[in-house]
Ligand binder design. Structure first.
Ligand SMILES: Nc1nc2c(ncn2[C@@H]2O[C@H](COP(=O)(O)OP(=O)(O)OP(=O)(O)O)[C@@H](O)[C@H]2O)c(=O)[nH]1
Ligand SMILES: [Mg+2]
Length: 480
């Protein structure tokens, strides 16, 4: 596991953050990205004690950092501070035994332990040396690292080294609660590890993630690859089954007005979900608190009812596989009639966060739905900032999820959005298909109802698409 503080108050493991300032990256952007990495570290229970940055033209090289910076890093963590000659063949710490029963793990309850893969042997190493007790034991890079860079850095620092993608994957793994989310995270994790298996037949590589392979050579590597492929295939099959059920639920709801809350992680989506629907979805001052989509009815109920969905948040440099694996979760956003793009307006970085969310939504094919920008956390802004924001984004909804009056205002705006597209119509339901009366009540506001010898006449108000669908269904039903 990544060492972390436990509930008994044990001291949190210390971490050092490292970032390169590549050409075109301003000081402010660099700091903001490191602030975010620090929050990600905090979510994993790590305590950040130092930051190291270096201006470089590219993130290549055997150890990413220049020789001097690498020594500076190693002075904090311990370790030789240089990439040993032939580092790729580092023999230190024989790898933990191969997982003897991978298949059992696949079939089991997906009790996955991504974080376990990188740490155990190093932690032992650190614990053995009392001189290192108070040193940082983890180094987090704000970039992605190649397997050999990772190996070299671990050799030079004698600390556990994680790149940004694996930090995010670890958080996702810890927070995934439903079977669907767990399956999605596990597939993403294996896809992340798969390319790193190439060349990982060299003994000492620790990015195998318990997939196996003792580093005995090419045949073991081949075996690893096949096992990964087989496991991904198996997980995908399980995921298809789970998603089929979700698809059925979505289809059943397809004629109902739906609002999806999307946005950068920690923007306040779940807080708004709570406030709008009166349900107790998880709200945490943490990145990626929500990984599971929840759908609830807008409260107080409307006629016809409006459904609200909470979704997984976005972040800069989100690993692509992770986005792909959460595509289905984000179906809610893609199929929603109205997307509420929630922004933490009190975060100085909100503009770039807004841009990231828009871009990823576009990539997911969910950028076309009508949307309303919700500038949340206005209670954290002073009056002057609020006025400036309102002038800058006149169509956005400036509010605080913590203020009931603001939430009521947002509710009215949601209702008004759906109302705009509503038409009045007369529907006739014959006695032979009376179950459709229930559907009419589910999807329309019924203004009046009367009966004659053939069936029920209903005067309704509903979105034009709903009326059209209902008329199609009713004419297809033979009259008694
Ligand atoms: N001051 C203030 N805090 C807010 C507001 N809305 C949410 N928060 C806080 O912001 C933090 C994150 O809120 P969540 O609702 O969990 O955010 P989220 O967008 O669902 O986050 P993820 O699920 O992690 O992506 C929590 O500590 C909330 O209490 C607001 O309007 N004002
Ligand atoms: Mg949430």
């Amino acid at each position: 596991m990544i060492p972390s503080s436990d509930s008994h108050g044990e001291r949190a493991a210390q971490a050092v953050l490292v970032s390169l300032q590549l050409p075109g990256v301003s000081n402010a952007e660099l700091e903001a990205s490191l602030d975010e990495l620090e929050r990600l570290a905090g979510t994993l229970g790590l305590c950040v004690v130092a930051r190291i940055t270096q201006r470089r033209n590219r993130s290549g090289g055997a150890a990413v950092l220049g020789a001097g910076k690498l020594r500076e890093l190693a002075r904090l963590t311990g370790g030789p501070g240089r990439v040993p000659l032939g580092a790729a063949r580092r023999q230190k710490g024989a790898m933990p035994a191969d997982d003897p029963d991978l298949d059992a793990e696949v079939g089991a309850d997906f009790e996955l332990d991504f974080a376990a893969e990188a740490g155990d042997d190093d932690r032992d190493l650190v614990d053995e040396d009392p001189g290192k007790k108070n040193r940082p034991t983890v180094v987090l890079f704000d970039h992605d690292l190649t397997p050999s860079q990772l190996r070299n850095l671990e050799g030079a620092t004698e600390a556990q080294v994680l790149d940004r993608s694996s930090v995010i994957l670890s958080i996702f793994q810890r927070h995934a609660r439903t079977r669907e989310a767990r399956l999605q995270v596990e597939i993403a994790r294996l896809n992340y590890l798969a390319p790193r298996l190439r060349g990982s037949h060299v003994s000492g590589d620790r990015m195998r993630g318990g997939i196996g392979g003792k580093g005995a050579g090419e045949s073991a590597l081949e075996l690893d690859r096949r096992r990964v492929r087989d496991r991904v295939a198996e997980l995908r099959k399980a995921l298809v089954d789970v998603q089929r059920d979700a698809e059925v639920r979505r289809a059943r709801r397809s004629r109902v007005d739906a609002v999806a809350l999307v946005g950068y992680t920690n923007a306040g989506k779940s807080s708004l979900m709570r406030a709008l629907t009166g349900t107790d979805v998880l709200v945490e001052d943490q990145l990626f608190a929500t990984l599971d989509t929840a759908t609830r009815m807008l409260q107080p109920p409307t006629q016809p009812k409006i459904l609200v969905s909470d979704t997984v948040g976005f972040i800069k440099k989100l690993p692509h596989d992770l986005i792909a694996s959460f595509r289905s979760t984000l179906e809610e956003a893609r199929t929603a009639t109205l997307v509420l793009h929630v922004v933490d307006a009190a975060d100085p970085e909100w503009r770039s966060q807004f841009h990231v969310t828009r871009t990823v939504m576009g990539e997911l094919g969910a950028g076309e739905s009508p949307s309303l920008v919700v500038l949340n956390k206005s209670d954290r802004l002073d009056a002057q900032a609020r006025v400036a924001l309102a002038a800058q984004m006149p169509n956005a909804h400036l509010m605080s999820a913590h203020r009931p009056a603001d939430v009521a205002g947002l509710r009215s705006r949601i209702i008004a959005f759906f109302e705009r597209d509503m038409v009045e119509a007369d529907l006739f339901v014959s006695y032979s298909s009376q179950m459709l009366v229930h559907t009419v009540y589910e999807t329309c506001r019924v203004l009046s109802e009367s009966y004659d010898e053939e069936g029920t006449h209903l005067r309704v108000r509903a979105p034009s698409t709903v009326v059209e669908d209902l008329q199609g269904m009713l004419t297809a039903t033979p009259k008694a």
